[in-house]
Design a protein around this ligand. Structure first.
Ligand code: C5P
Length: 275
């Protein structure tokens, strides 16, 4: 029997960095939202362990050792007991190291797939997720949420489903650690509570400035998204370099996508909607 789990793209509608912590991480306040599209993982019992990657971004994951999917499998086994031999397939549609949680979503999808036929205490599974990365608990939850702490203190929010989204990546991979390290350590204040869209509109992404220092092409993507007709909000996601725009209609999103495609055919684009 094959278990298939979706690994939807994550975006940060806002991301406020509040403080640098003694453990090297940063205290953040963020609004996680998930898209209807992303990667897919499939897990099947087999005669021997295997891992294969398909899809448009398969080549970006050349080294098995740095893949969070296998780290998630091994962490699950360490926490909940040995696993049978498994054939794992990752269908990779999200660009690597791009601020939309591709690797975190894949890891969370593996944890969900492995937990389906096996008893796994949800609190322990959550801890395993956090050990894999700051965004993995949010991806395990898989629904829009306010995130505090490193991003793991999650409170679900409602009211975002169906909003049309366009993602654009100007073709640069940026390291999350390097972007956080470039934050200027100025606390610009909390993220508003209450209605998530209002909070997002009033919010900001404090990682935009340090990401722009590393990858100036992000400015081109932000400038282009900001002026498209029907845009409700445009911003960089996570530590970049992917930028997103929310639109007031599917038609406006598709028109904007066509404009971006015509002027920057090499930029990665994804037309989707919030889940
Ligand atoms: O948790 P994750 O491994 O995804 O984080 C990658 C890097 O990003 C960390 O090593 C850290 O440098 C930085 N980070 C941070 N504060 C966070 C999340 C990530 O400083 N809340």
């Amino acid at each position: 029997m094959t278990i298939v789990e979706r690994a939807p793209a994550k975006i940060n509608l806002a991301l406020h960095v509040r403080a640098r912590r003694p453990d090297g991480y940063h205290e953040i306040e963020t609004l996680f939202a998930f898209l209807r599209d992303g990667d897919t993982v499939a897990v099947e019992e087999a005669d021997e362990d295997s891992f294969s990657v398909t899809g448009p971004f398969a080549e970006g994951l050349s080294s098995e050792s740095n893949n969070l999917v296998l780290a998630a499998r091994d962490a699950f086994a360490a926490a909940f007991g040995p696993l049978p031999r498994l054939a794992i397939t990752l269908d990779k549609h999200l660009p690597i190291a791009s601020g939309i949680g591709g690797g975190s979503a894949d890891a969370a999808a593996i944890l969900r797939a492995l937990a389906q036929p096996r008893p796994a205490d949800p609190a322990r599974l959550f801890e395993v997720a956090l050990e894999l990365g700051s965004d993995v608990p949010a991806c395990l939850l898989g629904r829009a949420a306010f995130g505090g702490g490193r991003g793991e203190q999650l409170t679900s929010v409602e009211g975002l489903a169906g909003i049309p989204v366009l993602l654009v990546n100007p073709g640069v991979a940026v390291s999350t650690g390097a972007v956080f390290a470039g934050w200027d350590q100025v606390d610009r204040g909390p993220l508003a509570k209450g209605d998530p869209l209002t909070a997002a509109l009033e919010g900001r992404n404090d990682l935009e400035a340090p990401a722009l220092m590393i990858a100036p092409a992000i400015r081109d993507a932000l400038d282009m998204l900001a002026v498209q007709p029907g845009v409700a909000l445009s911003r960089m996601s996570g530590s970049g370099a992917t930028c997103f725009a929310l639109f007031d209609s599917d038609a406006a999103r598709s028109a904007a996508c066509a404009v971006v495609a015509a002027s920057h055919p090499d930029w990665w684009r994804l037309e989707s909607a919030l889940a």
